[in-house]
Design a protein around this ligand. Structure first.
Ligand SMILES: CC(=O)N[C@@H]1[C@@H](OP(=O)(O)OP(=O)(O)OC[C@H]2O[C@@H](n3ccc(=O)[nH]c3=O)[C@H](O)[C@@H]2O)O[C@H](CO)[C@@H](O)[C@@H]1O
Length: 373
C-alpha cells in the first residue's frame, strides 16, 4: 500500500499545524507522503511542525492582493508534480486557504483524485469570511473524499448533495493541541496574578480601518489596572502594522510577535479570557476551557457556541467592552463558559482520516484492477 503516492498541500501555518498529525500517522503506518509548500506564508518552516524529513516540493507562489489569482498560480505550479512521473494517487488539501483551493483546482485539471480535510464548514455567507467560505464550497464540490470534523459539517455537505464520500473524523486541530500540550512543562499556578486577556485578530474583515473599533475597545479595557492584555500579532504585515500603530506604546497592552504553536498553546492555557477571530482558536479554546469571545458576526463553527464555550461579539466596540467586563465580573457567567468541552474532536481525527485514505486506496486499487481486466 505504501507504493501509492500521496501529496499534501501546505500553504500557511494553520495548514501545517492541522496536517502534521495526518502526515505523522501516514508515516507511522509505512506510507511515504510528500508535501507541496505553496509559498503562501513564505517563511513557513516545516521543521517547526516535525515535518523536516518529509520530502517537499516548493512551489514559490507568493500570495498577492487577489486570492483567486494566488489559487490559480498554485494550481498551475502543481501541474508538473501532478502530471509527471511522481503523479500522486491522491492529493490532500486542508481547510479554506487559497493554497487549498489552488490544490483542488490543480487536481481537477490533472484528473488526480482529491481529499479535503476539514470539509463542510459553512457560515452560509460568502462574504463572511471572504474568500474562505467560497473556497470551502468550491473545494468540497471537487473532492472525492470529504473528511468532515463534525456531524454538523457532514450535514452541510449532505445538504449540498455532493458526489464525494463523507466521513466524520473530528478536527485534527485537537490532535495537534493534545500533542503540543503533552510537550509543555506543567503549568505553574499564577496565584494572585492579574486576569489575562489574550487577543488575536487577522481576518480580512478586520483589516485596516475595520480594526479601529476593536483597538478602541482594547484601549478602553486597558484603563483598568486589574487586567493584563496581550495581543499576539499576525505574520501578515497589514494586520501587524495596524495593531502596532493603534496599540503600540500603551503601558498595559503588550504586543507579542507571532508565536510558534507551543508558545500559542502555552499562552492560551494561561489566559483567563480570549478575544479572537481565528478559526483554529475557536476549536482550541473550548478544549482548554478558556472562554472565548469571537470577533466575528458569524461563524462556521457553531459547535463552540452550542457547547457554551464561545460567544460572537463581532467587531463592535461597546459589545466587546461590555462582554469582557461582564465575564470578568460575573463569576457564574465565567464559570459556565470555562467547562472544557470537545465539540470539534477527541484528538483521534488523524488516525480516522488515515483509515479513510487507506480504505479508499484499497477500493480504488480494486477499481483499477477491474478496469485493466
Ligand atoms: C475562516 C477560517 O476560520 N479559516 C481557518 C484558517 O485559519 P485560522 O483562522 O485558524 O488561522 P490562524 O489563527 O492563523 O491559525 C490558527 C492556528 O495557529 C495557532 N497560532 C496562532 C497564532 C500564533 O501566533 N501562533 C500559532 O501557532 C493557533 O493556536 C491555531 O492552532 O485557515 C485554516 C487552514 O486552512 C482553516 O483550517 C481554518 O478554517
Amino acid at each position: 500500500m505504501s507504493s501509492r503516492q500521496l501529496l499534501l498541500v501546505i500553504g500557511t501555518r494553520p495548514e501545517a499545524i492541522k496536517l502534521a498529525p495526518v502526515i505523522h500517522t501516514l508515516i507511522e503506518r509505512g506510507h511515504e507522503p510528500r508535501i507541496a509548500l505553496t509559498g503562501q506564508h513564505p517563511h513557513l518552516d516545516p521543521t517547526l511542525y516535525g515535518l523536516g524529513n518529509v520530502p517537499a516540493v516548493r512551489l514559490r507562489c507568493k500570495a498577492g492582493p487577489d486570492p483567486r489569482h494566488h489559487a490559480e498560480l498554485v494550481a498551475a505550479a502543481l501541474q508538473p508534480e501532478l502530471r509527471g512521473p511522481s503523479r500522486p494517487d491522491l492529493l490532500i488539501v486542508q481547510g479554506d486557504t487559497s493554497s487549498a483551493l489552488g490544490g483542488a483546482l490543480g487536481a481537477a485539471a490533472a484528473a488526480v483524485p482529491l481529499a479535503h480535510v476539514e470539509a463542510g464548514l459553512r457560515s452560509h455567507d460568502l462574504a463572511l469570511p471572504w474568500p474562505e467560505e467560497g473556497n470551502r464550497v468550491e473545494i468540497d464540490a471537487l473532492s472525492d473524499l470529504l473528511f468532515a470534523a463534525t456531524e454538523g459539517n457532514a450535514a452541510n455537505l449532505r445538504e449540498e448533495g455532493l458526489g464525494g464520500e463523507i466521513m466524520v473524523t473530528g478536527n485534527t486541530a485537537i490532535d495537534a493541541l493534545f500533542q503540543t500540550l503533552a510537550s509543555l512543562p506543567p503549568r505553574l499556578l499564577d496565584a494572585g496574578g492579574l486576569p489575562r486577556l489574550l487577543v488575536t485578530c487577522h481576518r480580512r474583515e478586520n483589516w485596516g480601518l475595520a480594526f479601529t473599533p476593536i483597538a478602541t475597545a482594547l484601549v478602553e479595557l486597558a484603563r483598568s489596572p486589574f487586567l493584563r492584555i496581550e495581543v499576539v500579532l499576525h505574520s501578515n504585515p497589514a494586520m501587524a502594522d495596524a495593531a502596532r500603530m493603534m496599540l503600540g506604546g500603551h503601558p498595559r497592552l503588550r504586543l507579542l510577535a507571532p508565536l510558534d504553536h507551543r508558545g500559542m498553546v502555552a499562552a492560551l492555557r494561561s489566559a483567563n479570557l480570549v478575544l479572537s477571530d481565528s478559526g483554529g482558536i475557536q476549536e482550541e479554546a473550548p478544549a482548554l476551557g478558556i472562554p472565548l469571545l469571537v470577533l466575528r458576526s458569524r461563524t462556521e463553527r457553531p459547535e463552540g457556541i452550542a457547547s457554551g464555550n464561545s460567544m460572537l461579539v463581532g467587531s463592535d466596540r461597546e459589545t466587546i467592552v461590555r462582554e469582557v467586563r461582564r465575564l470578568l465580573d460575573d463569576r457564574a457567567a465565567y464559570r459556565a463558559m470555562s467547562i472544557p468541552a470537545l465539540p470539534f474532536g477527541d484528538g483521534q481525527a488523524a488516525p480516522r482520516i488515515v483509515d479513510g485514505i487507506e480504505e479508499w486506496m484499497v477500493r480504488s486499487g480494486r477499481r483499477q484492477e477491474r478496469q485493466i481486466a
